[in-house]
Design a protein around this ligand. Structure first.
Ligand code: ZN
Length: 285
């Protein structure tokens, strides 16, 4: 077994927590852009992206030195694409691949939204997820879908992509529309410094974990082992090809051997109630 790609090869002491998917009164959110940013500052967030439907909020970043603010948009054609760190919207008649590529060209982050939204769990079909190239990842959890048809989770879709050899990351997004959702999901990045550039690099390179309530303190992948230390987990699971659970460990930390992993390995962390965290896959052969 050799590790082909390890997003956690670089490690830094600093973890920053952020929300990548939030709506404001510019589309169908409850709070103004400024009030949305203030609400995340009060909750201790380090970064936030405002991502209204097909309109870009332009808050004055100088008013919010406590938090890193990304301009973004939820490109809301028939299927939705989250574009973070961009300067303009794109027309709906562009192909999805063009939307992805134009976003990458300007240094943006591209996440395909809530794949299992809808009564048929097919906001994004597998054929589309497999056909499209170069997006950074998918939402493996989207809190708004708790209140709509379909499933807020898309771990099944993620494992299918990973099993096909696709190297895509899993993000947990709040999709904030209402204040009561705040704190329901986030991504925590491991970064060299507190800057937008460092946060974006980590989000693009997979040096983060996604969470709905479990806090991870350390992720180390080296010498054939995948080690995860958490603050508040009660079980950790090593997941590999086709979503198979290879090993379970009770408690708040675990060191898994990668010897039985095929193609990829990731760790799923179970907390109290519905709280979860998901680390990113390492790719093996
Ligand atoms: Zn949304």
């Amino acid at each position: 077994m050799a590790i082909l790609r390890n997003p956690y090869a670089q490690r830094y002491p600093l973890w920053l927590k952020g929300n990548l998917h939030a709506h404001t009164t510019l589309s169908d959110g409850e709070l103004s852009p400024d009030d949305t940013i203030d609400a995340f500052i009060r909750r201790g967030y380090d970064f936030v992206a405002l991502t209204d439907h097909d309109v870009i909020a332009n808050p004055n970043e100088a008013h919010f030195p406590q938090i890193l603010v990304f301009a973004g948009v939820e490109h809301s054609a028939q299927q939705h694409i989250l574009r973070v760190n961009i300067t303009g919207t794109l027309p709906h008649d562009l192909s999805y691949q063009s939307v992805i590529d134009l976003t990458l060209q300007e240094g943006g982050l591209v996440i395909l939204n809530h794949p299992n939204w809808g009564e048929n769990f097919d906001h994004w079909r597998d054929s589309q997820l497999l056909h499209l190239q170069r997006y950074h990842g998918i939402e493996i959890y989207n809190n708004v879908i708790e209140y709509l048809e379909g499933s807020p989770y898309a771990l099944d879709r993620w494992d299918r992509l990973l099993s096909e050899g696709r190297q895509v990351w899993g993000y947990a997004n709040e999709d904030t529309h209402r204040v009561f959702q705040m704190g329901s999901a986030w991504n925590a990045v491991n970064v060299r410094e507190r800057s937008k550039e460092a946060v974006l690099d980590a989000l693009k390179d997979g040096r983060f974990y996604a969470s709905t309530g479990v806090v991870i303190e350390e992720i180390v992948v080296e010498d054939g082992y995948y080690r995860v230390h958490t603050m508040n987990a009660r079980e950790l699971r090593l997941i590999s090809l086709r979503g198979q659970v290879i090993e379970r460990v009770s408690g708040s930390k675990a060191t898994f051997s990668l010897s039985k992993a095929g193609v990829y390995a990731r760790v799923e962390v179970i907390g109290e109630g519905e709280a979860r965290a998901w680390t990113q896959p390492v790719f093996v052969e």
